[in-house]
Each structure stands twice: as C-alpha cells, then as structure tokens.
Write a new protein. Structure first.
Length: 166
C-alpha cells in the first residue's frame, strides 16, 4: 500500500497534466497541484471546465498520470472527490499553491476572490486502488467532424519539409 501511494504521489507531482474521468463524460486533461496527499484542481468560468465531468463532493473519479518526458501512462488511480468550501482553511492553503501554477491569469491580483466567487476547488484524494497497465493500444477512433481541407497542400511544401530535416 505504501509503495502504491508513493508511486501515485511522485508520478502525479511530476506530471504537468492529469487525465480525469468522472462519473459522466470522457476523460479530460486538467492542470493541477499535489497538496497534502491529493491532487487539487480549480475549475469554473475562466478556468478549466469541470461540470461536464460530473465531479461533485463525494463522487468518484479515475485519474490517469502520464510521463512528462515520454507521454506514456505511468499509473491510473481511483480518487474520491472532495469540494473545498470557499475561503475555508483548506481552500486557502490549496489556492495559495494553485495560483502559483496558474499561467496567464487575466486577473492575477484578484484571482483568489474570483475563484471564491465563481469557481470550485476540488481535491482528488487517492483511494489506494490502481488499475493494471493495459496490454494493447488504447488509441481511440477520432470523432467524426464536418471540417475538411478546402485546397490541396502547396506544391513546394514537401520540399520545404525535407530541407528542414537535413
């Protein structure tokens, strides 16, 4: 159990993004921090969307952590979701670290107030259960789309690409 917890903690700390799948919807990449034994995320208007995942206080989620260097799956772990009440002591501690990782915030000075008013801060606490690594490919078929390329690629493009490799 301790080895599993150490793997979860180290992999999640070092990963820039985690893939979270809640009770509904597909998995979504979320930026996070590791704080006091759990991954903490913030979501809402102007931040990453969480509502379509069904992440609510007491719900369960699955977190997939990938290697920052190679992109391969390191560990997939089960989590219990806990919503931190705005302006509580635990919320303030998590937000202090989250705001340091938030890049390009439009309102860096008032970010805590906006998060308290409009956003949710969630803790994804590991339950200790991990999924076995898959044997085969997990590649998904791309979603259908009406978007197409209107013109063929320029004739000179293959030559330009070859020149860059040399």
């Amino acid at each position: 159990m301790e080895l599993t917890q150490a793997l979860i903690e180290e992999a999640t700390k070092k990963s820039g993004l985690i893939w979270v799948r809640g009770p509904q919807g597909p998995a979504r990449a979320l930026w996070h921090i590791w704080h006091e034994g759990a991954a903490c995320v913030v979501g809402g208007p102007g931040e990453q969307p969480l509502d379509d995942l069904g992440l609510a206080d007491g719900a369960s989620a699955t977190v997939t952590v990938r290697s920052k260097e190679r992109g391969g799956r390191l560990v997939e772990w089960a989590a219990r979701v806990a919503e931190l009440p705005a302006r509580s002591e635990n919320w303030a501690a998590a937000v202090a670290e989250l705001k340091g990782k938030r890049l390009n915030a439009p309102d860096a000075e008032g970010i805590e107030e906006r998060w308290a008013r409009e956003c949710r801060v969630l803790r994804l606490e590991p339950t200790g259960a991990t999924a076995p690594l898959p044997d085969g490919s997990l590649a998904a078929v791309p979603l259908a789309t009406p978007v197409t390329t209107r013109r063929p690629i320029p004739a000179a493009l293959p030559r330009l690409l070859r020149r860059k490799r040399a």
